[in-house]
Design a binder for this molecule. Structure first.
Ligand SMILES: C[S@@+](CC[C@H](N)C(=O)[O-])C[C@H]1O[C@@H](n2cnc3c(N)ncnc32)[C@H](O)[C@@H]1O
Ligand SMILES: O=c1cc(-c2ccc(O)cc2)oc2c(O)c(O)ccc12
Length: 238
């Protein structure tokens, strides 16, 4: 894999043993079922210099399945970018569902907003331009928000994932689900440090620490799915 191609259209988003196998999964199972607005947003995002950051469509399809399985209505999204995972959540939850979506930078969200509007789901989204931690703390300042969310998706600054986790565990209902993106950090978690490309070293370290820390959390059930860049699914048990 050529790590220098980050951001270019030839960047592979999968972790499977070959690019062909990943394309097979996308073309057989994911793209034929991808809703039109999501495809439109994915195409627009592909021209962005930081396109690599968007949640991978195979991971997104799995998230939509989880949202449906638990009948999620109240959700939190940390890290919006142009809004691929946000739009898929908005399209999946029911008409009276609500998403609190936080990103410290509104610029990329503005790129996806026309697609979200045309899809008729903007009414489900409360976008907050902010650092995520104070928003989660504000939510927790109102005791009515505790144990009230069905689902959270975290795809932002890896260094804060453990802080997000502690807050989200309070906001989530028992039986609620948190999904963290990038938990395999482009496969680097299984590389030796010497073999890891320099640009990936810091992310690899943070991901290794976070994965270890969370695997020890007995309050949650856990499943790491090698979709996209790796998504780890946590279900609050009690
Ligand atoms: C990987 S992108 C999110 C991709 C998105 N899930 C999608 O499907 O396109 C990460 C986003 O997190 C945002 N971000 C990074 N650190 C943040 C923080 N501390 N608080 C809020 N947003 C943050 C960045 O501005 C960026 O838009
Ligand atoms: O540099 C990245 C790459 C990704 C990425 C890689 C593969 C996928 O299937 C999806 C995403 O995601 C990133 C990310 O979420 C981030 O916050 C920073 C950098 C990257």
């Amino acid at each position: 894999m050529d790590y220098e191609k980050k951001g270019s259209s030839s960047f592979s988003k999968g972790l499977l043993q070959s690019e062909e196998l990943y394309q097979y999964v996308l073309e057989t199972c994911v793209y034929p079922r991808e809703p039109g607005p999501l495809k439109e947003l994915r195409d627009i995002t592909a021209t962005h210099p930081r396109a690599v950051m968007a949640t991978a469509p195979d991971a997104g399809q799995h998230i939509a399945m989880l949202l449906k399985l638990i009948n999620a209505k109240r959700t939190i999204e940390v890290g919006v970018f142009t809004g691929y995972s946000l739009l898929l959540t908005a399209l999946t939850i029911p008409e009276d569902g609500k998403i609190i979506a936080v990103d410290m930078n509104r610029e990329a969200y503005e790129i996806g907003l026309p697609v979200i509007r045309r899809a008729g789901v903007e009414n489900k989204i409360n976008f907050i331009e902010s650092e995520a931690l104070p928003v989660l703390d504000n939510l927790l300042a109102n005791p009515g928000n505790e144990n009230s969310f069905d689902f959270a998706f975290v795809d932002a600054d890896k260094i804060n994932y453990s802080k997000y986790h502690e807050r989200l565990m309070k906001l989530l209902k028992v039986g609620g689900i948190i999904v963290y993106d990038n938990t395999l950090w482009r496969g680097s978690v299984a590389m030796s440090e010497e073999c890891t490309p320099e640009v990936m070293k810091e992310g690899r370290e943070r991901t290794l620490e976070f994965n270890k820390w969370l695997a020890a959390d007995r309050r949650v059930e856990i499943s790491l799915a090698p979709l996209g860049d790796g998504i780890t699914i946590y279900r609050r048990m009690h």
